[in-house]
Design a binder for this molecule. Sequence first.
Ligand SMILES: Cc1ncc(COP(=O)(O)O)c(C=O)c1O
Length: 401
Amino acid sequence: MMHPDKLLSMTTLPLHLAELMGKPVNDIDTPALVIDLDAMKRNIGRLAEFAKKHNIRWRPHAKMHKSAALARMQIKAGAVGVCVQKTAEAEAMVAGAVYNVYISNQVIAPAKLARVAALTQRVAAHGGQIAIAVDSLEGVSRLAQAMTEARTSPREDSGAAPAATVIDVFVEIDVGQGRCGVTPGPAAVTLALEIRKHPALRFAGLQAYHGGAQHVRSALDRQAAIAQVVAAVRRTRQLIAEQGMTVGLVTGAGTGTFALETASGVYGELQAGSFLFMDRDYAANERDSAQPVFEHALFVKSQVMSVCASHAVVDAGHKSHAIDSGLPAVHGLALDYANGGDEHGILRGAVLPELGEAVWLIPGHCDPTVNLHDFMVGVRGGLQHGTVEQIIRVDARGALS
Ligand SMILES: Cc1ncc(COP(=O)(O)O)c(C=O)c1O
């Protein structure tokens, strides 16, 4: 019997993509975002094994792949659910039958909070749970109001009577990135105490993610950064305990540092996302020996469209891949990729590829690259001789609200 993900894809796919199923890699038109499914599955397996060995939960960040099918694959491999950054991403996950979703970010607009509260109603019917981060008293108050309203009005999707749902709330502390989060210490205690006052909110623990540490190249420097993070988390947890409250879970960590947060014994959940595809920028980090090895699994397939004595030109520019973290690397060939603009990439090297040849690019940054595409083409059996096994929709493409 055909796998439901494949069936779903085939019934809703543009014809040219549906026709690709089972075809050789050669037939994939360019530029296209391609997943090496074998490499991706190995990456999932390595993280799952790491988490099992260290007895820690993993809730991978779906802001990276934005696909409900990939989220379900990760959950099947042992993930407890997924993280997202945006309300609309959470909605895309729930629409794709992913019912344990943590919005690891601040949501402050009442209209969005009403949508978050509606999601708690929707997932409750499937035994799921929505969680969210907060970093202000105003944020707690607005969330409580939205949850109370959702408990008293009929469900917006079905008109059914509402359930007395509860949302898990994590207090976000700023552990060094200088982005969202309250200062570790008493400010976090104040928020935890405030959350406790609202029956529709459950204080679930601390969100402590240091985005700035993820791409620090030196393993020793990352270690030093996370040591400070852990000290701040411990201090805050102790202060909360002194108020008679328990920090049920500390959640955070990305692909660059998760082995360190795990080793601290303080974290109970890992949020790493990029390990799944492993972009060029992450591969430039000096590897921490405690961390599993991840392979590149996401590629832009491009084609050489022009050649001259000094260079070749491919049909993938920065409308095909994000360049915020640098330009793509060329997979398997000694060529440098230079930016040729929106639709072009310029290749230079001692041996240039031929006109019409396929060139595989490893994107600099996977998250915003995925967000440029409607679909990802999943290939089994390698980029040379493999076949197309799955077309994966980027369900939350452009889900920015
Ligand atoms: C809050 C949060 N958690 C986890 C991650 C996952 O990090 P990565 O994709 O680098 O593993 C991110 C990424 O930006 C994030 O913002």
